[in-house]
Design a protein around this ligand. Sequence first.
Ligand SMILES: Cc1cc2nc3c(=O)[nH]c(=O)nc-3n(C[C@H](O)[C@H](O)[C@H](O)COP(=O)(O)OP(=O)(O)OC[C@H]3O[C@@H](n4cnc5c(N)ncnc54)[C@H](O)[C@@H]3O)c2cc1C
Length: 415
Amino acid sequence: MAGRIHIIGAGLAGLSAAVRLSSQGRVVNVYESASYAGGRCRSFHDANLDRVIDNGNHLLLSGNRAALAFLREIGAADSVTGPSPAVFPFLDLDGGLRWQVKPDRGAIPWSILSAWRRVPGSRLRDYLWGLQLARARATDSVTDCLGADNLLFRRFWKPLAVSVLNTAAEEGAARLLWPVIRETFGRGEAACRPLIARHGLSDSFVTPATAFLKRHGAPVAFNRRLRRLGFDGERLTTLDFGDSQLEVQDGDSVILAVPPLIAAELVPGLETPTDSRAIVNGHFCLAEEAQEISFCGLIGGTAQWLFIRGDIVSVTVSAADDLAAQPTELIAERLWSEVATALDLGDAELGPYRIVKEKRATFAQTPEQVRRRPGARTRWCNLHLAGDWTDTGLPATIEGAIRSGHNVAQSVIYL
Ligand SMILES: Cc1cc2nc3c(=O)[nH]c(=O)nc-3n(C[C@H](O)[C@H](O)[C@H](O)COP(=O)(O)OP(=O)(O)OC[C@H]3O[C@@H](n4cnc5c(N)ncnc54)[C@H](O)[C@@H]3O)c2cc1C
């Protein structure tokens, strides 16, 4: 009989591995140190706003095939929504210019041949220059590859790179951006439709996943922090949770799906990314409820993306370590003034708000840190790694986390 699979961590990597394995009839146990699942991708009730909000706005693209397969598996495919055909509205806060990026239907972006369909101020050769990404060297930053002295960079590549890599374009690894372009924009409009959780991240990704696991006899055990691993030769033999110890039987496997610094503490000699970048989100209450969920890219200010859902407007700032060090009130005022400009609210006063600082939102996706990503295998035959920081070839995103969960599940099935 196939052995039991112990999964440590109920973020998206752990949950997606657990869902895949339990749907294949494997016996799965999931242990999570927090009292909730979802890790860095979750919703919570905020008392200031008296609303359920997300820890941060998360944007998916319709070409994120592992993420969409996960949503289908847990029965939540309809819980994400977005404009179809794909459209990305932008506003330059410095001057007020608005434009839209509308990807072409096919893989070849014919529309860039007409100046009026290009990003304002950009030239055809700026687009062609983007193909450099396909040839990026492991040491190249996004700006090494694309240059920074044209309007296409300022109005498209830079906001895209900072949000995908959560790292400034000057230091972000160009190599990680290319697979995203290839799997989304590079496949035409149908693969790059923006998708947003209709009612929140937990409602889409987390609650249906934990319900699925419960139905399949693999409920998540909460408040179970793994403190130590015990090894004997080539095998992992014990999981030490402090108040209890669990023997890992012959034929059992363990998937460690915790953040990189915790994995490095638990696994002797494991090299992981050590540096991280913050993401700051500001959530504000609007006087009126919007009829539709919408979003907009912001250039030339502090906020980079703006999302409206119901009567909550949320703005995101990636690679935000400097901002995260500022006092919360100051951040709220700064972001609110940009929201007021973007939504034409005049001098509307700042009302109830919540600023969420995720100080270790993702690892710093620089060439140097990317080199430190380990694969899923370890030198112990029954211990595997998963998480957005492992070497998936993708950036640290929902898609990367879920794909790592699926990949590790696949290798455990074929052990
Ligand atoms: C603010 C913000 C905005 C983001 N925006 C986007 C976006 O727009 N698009 C996108 O695709 N991605 C986005 N991301 C990235 C995405 O959220 C992450 O890539 C993904 O959630 C990582 O999942 P994970 O399972 O690898 O890690 P985690 O979510 O960190 O999961 C690890 C789990 O392990 C648990 N754990 C830790 N230590 C232990 C222990 N000792 N024992 C047991 N359990 C333990 C943790 O509590 C956690 O639940 C964003 C992230 C943040 C923070």
